[in-house]
Design a protein around this ligand. Structure first.
Ligand code: 1CP
Length: 348
């Protein structure tokens, strides 16, 4: 049924499509964006990025704004700011470098309680002034045409980078077994800082935020209940001014995501969007087009998969996205096919 057909008139409220969908309001079509939409897969990004290290680049407000805005040309419904989940611990006093095969690595990994205490729990907003300026710059360029998405890593995932283990769960577990008090204090400090960071950006005019707990989906349910979900709940409760999206890569604990207090829950390839819709009629779901198909499939296969996703989502309380970030080997025409199919629905 077309909700905007003359037989079923609905009043659409003003405001950005993505924000209205995230709030569960009736929309004319599901909005679309992608995690890592402003990244290395885009040849235009690689031109802008040329010659600078990741942190040099992301701290350059002009260039980071350019990178953030690049996906606009494809017709996405939201612009995510170009920085990283490690931007916050850097502002708290822990410098990182991006290592080619490993991702972000701290100059001095957290080892002791003194190391944790050296991290500022409520960093002065000047310490992430470049993100605030980036937000202002991007908002200025957009001039109200599209909403701005900001984000933070959740304490579990950011803590794994702070101790230098990243997605190596066995190494993270060893650290926790050896240093339980350091781990606990680190999670608590990151929670405080994350709430503060998101509230500052909300006050500055961000339209939505996404909390990334990328590696928490690998935890056992008991671990997830100790190290992931309580922190999601606390952050969503204390940073509540704008719609909140929860992302956990391929999370087996949909019930715990649904109970986190997020307005929107991001699904992966392990979830059935239509079934989730039926099970949680009040929630908004984001996802779940296969990002590997964007990397390896044809544009027609991408269009078909996106249309199937639209059908599974049922047209309301759905934000079209990928299971995970756009892979760096994704052809531009596949990204274009994804956005066009999401915007165009059943038309070609
Ligand atoms: O040189 C480069 O460009 C390196 C790649 C890169 C990019 C494009 C890194 C380093 N960070 C970013 C930007 C970034 N990171 C964004 C904004 C761009 C966008 O989304 O369009 C976002 C939302 C992130 C978030 C992020 N960083 C996450 C959570 C999302 C996810 O992919 O699960 C994680 C885990 C990171 C850590 C990180 N940062 C960078 C790398 C290479 C990694 C490790 C990722 C991994 O091991 O898979």
């Amino acid at each position: 049924m077309n909700p905007s057909s003359p037989c079923h008139p609905v009043t659409l409220s003003p405001g950005h499509l993505l924000v209205r969908a995230a709030r569960g309001e009736t929309v004319e079509r599901p909005p679309v964006w992608a995690m890592r939409q402003a990244g290395r897969w885009d040849p235009e990004f690689n031109k802008v990025r040329a010659g600078l290290s990741f942190y040099e680049f992301s701290e350059n407000v002009e260039l980071a704004a350019k990178a953030s805005l690049l996906p606009r040309r494809f017709g996405v419904d939201g612009i995510i700011l170009f920085y990283d989940i490690t931007t916050l611990p850097v502002a708290m006093g822990l410098p990182f470098a991006l290592k080619p095969a490993q991702g972000p690595v701290p100059d001095r990994p957290i080892r002791t309680l003194e190391d944790v205490e050296r991290l500022t729990a409520q960093p002065e907003p000047e310490r992430f002034a470049h993100i605030r300026q980036l937000l202002a710059h991007v908002r200025g360029e957009l001039n109200g045409t599209l909403p701005v998405i900001v984000f933070a890593g959740a304490p579990f995932t950011v803590a794994t980078y702070c101790i230098g283990t990243g997605k190596d769960l066995a190494a993270t577990r060893r650290f926790i077994a050896e240093q339980p008090a350091v781990w606990q204090q680190l999670l608590d400090r990151l929670r405080t800082a994350t709430v503060h960071f998101l509230n500052v950006l909300t006050a500055d005019g961000a339209d939505l935020y996404q909390l990334f707990d990328s590696w928490a989906g690998m935890l056992s349910v008991e671990e997830y209940q100790r190290w992931a979900q309580p922190y999601h709940r606390a952050i969503f409760q204390s940073a509540a001014g704008i719609p909140r999206i929860l992302f956990v890569k391929e999370c087996p604990y949909l019930d715990l995501m649904a109970g986190s207090g997020a307005d929107v829950v991001s699904l992966g390839g392990c979830h059935d969007l239509a079934a989730a819709r039926r099970q949680y009629p009040q929630l908004v779901f984001q996802g779940n087009v296969d990002e590997e198909l964007l990397r390896g499939g044809t544009p027609e296969q991408v269009r078909e998969a996106t249309r199937r996703c639209l059908a599974a989502g049922g047209g309301q309380r759905h934000i079209v996205n990928l299971n995970h970030g756009v892979d760096k080997a994704t052809p531009v025409e596949n990204f274009r096919a994804y956005v066009e199919a999401a915007v165009g629905g059943n038309q070609r």
